[in-house]
Design a protein around this ligand. Structure first.
Ligand code: 6PG
Length: 248
C-alpha cells in the first residue's frame, strides 16, 4: 500500500501549535460548510488538545466557526460516564461546548457508560449519520489526533486488536492502560478527509521520530496508520517534540 508524505509544521511553542490548529480547523470548517452545509469532526482526547479547545470558547473562534452546522464526534473514549474526570466528552464539554451554544443534536459522544455495547452503538450512530452501507467507512471532514509516548493514537495501542477490526469503532483493552476504551478503528480514521495530529513536549520526541521517520510498522507505532491514510495528513508539532527529527 502506498505511504504518504505527511505535511509537518514545526512551531516554537505549544501555544503556537494551538493557534495554528485553531486557524486550520476554522478554515476546514468554513470550507465544509460552504461546500456541503455541514462540518463533521472527530475530536481527540488526551491533555494536549485542551489548549486548542479552550481557544474555541474565545474570540475569534467562538464566532468565526459556524457551530450550528458543526457536528462533533470523538476519536475515542474511556468506558466511563460523561461527567467522569477521565471522560473525553467532559473535556470538550467543559472547555467549549457549553460556551458556543452547540445544538444538542450536533453532539455525538461515545457513551462510555454502556461499555462494551458502546462501540457498536457508536458505530451504528456514525453509520446512520453518514448514511453508510454495510462495509463503508465515514469520511470525517477532519479527525484530530494526539500521540502517546508509546506511539499510540486514539485508543489504538501497540499490537491492538483494532488493527484487525472491520468495524468503525471497537472496544479495546490494553495492558498498557489496564482499562477498557472505545476507539475509532484504523480503517475509520484513515478514511477521513483530513487528519491533524497535535504533538507537543520533549517526552514525545522519540515516538514522533519513529512514527514519521521509522520503518513502517503501524502495529508497533500505531500513529503510523496515518502514513496509509486516504486524506490529507498534517502534523502540528512544537520544537521540543520535533527535536529528534532529522529529515527536515
Ligand atoms: C486519549 C487519546 C490519546 C491521546 C494520547 C496523547 O483519549 O487519551 O485520544 O490517543 O491523544 O494519549 O495524550 P496527551 O495529549 O495527554 O499526551
Amino acid at each position: 500500500m502506498p505511504t504518504k508524505n505527511p505535511e509537518i509544521i514545526i512551531l516554537e511553542t505549544p501555544e503556537e501549535v494551538f493557534i495554528k490548529a485553531a486557524n486550520i480547523f476554522t478554515e476546514t470548517a468554513n470550507l465544509a460548510v460552504t461546500q456541503r452545509g455541514v462540518f463533521v469532526v472527530a475530536l481527540s482526547g488526551g491533555n494536549t488538545p485542551l489548549g486548542l479547545y479552550r481557544l474555541f470558547a474565545e474570540k475569534p473562534y467562538c464566532g468565526s466557526i459556524n457551530w450550528k452546522k458543526t457536528h462533533l464526534f470523538w476519536s475515542d473514549e474511556r468506558c466511563v460516564g460523561p461527567s467522569d474526570a477521565q471522560s473525553n466528552f467532559r473535556l470538550v464539554n467543559e472547555s467549549f461546548i457549553k460556551k458556543v451554544n452547540l445544538p444538542e443534536k450536533n453532539i455525538h459522544r461515545i457513551k462510555g457508560e454502556y461499555c462494551p455495547a458502546s462501540a457498536d452503538e457508536y458505530g451504528a450512530e456514525i453509520k446512520a449519520f453518514f448514511k453508510l452501507g454495510e462495509d463503508e467507512f465515514p469520511a470525517f471532514d477532519l479527525t484530530l489526533l494526539g500521540m502517546g509516548t508509546d506511539g499510540h493514537t486514539a485508543s489504538i495501542f501497540p499490537a491492538s486488536p483494532a488493527f484487525k477490526s472491520k468495524k468503525i469503532a471497537a472496544i479495546v483493552r490494553s495492558p498498557a492502560i489496564n482499562s477498557s476504551r472505545v476507539t475509532l478503528t484504523p480503517s475509520a480514521i484513515n478514511n477521513s478527509k483530513n487528519i491533524i495530529f497535535l504533538v507537543t513536549g520533549p517526552d514525545k520526541a522519540l515516538a514522533l521520530k519513529q512514527c514519521l521517520e521509522g520503518k513502517l510498522k503501524p502495529e508497533e507505532y500505531p500513529a503510523q496508520i496515518a502514513r496509509l491514510s486516504k486524506g490529507r495528513v498534517l502534523w502540528l508539532v512544537d520544537k521540543a517534540a520535533a527535536s529528534l527529527l532529522t529529515k527536515r
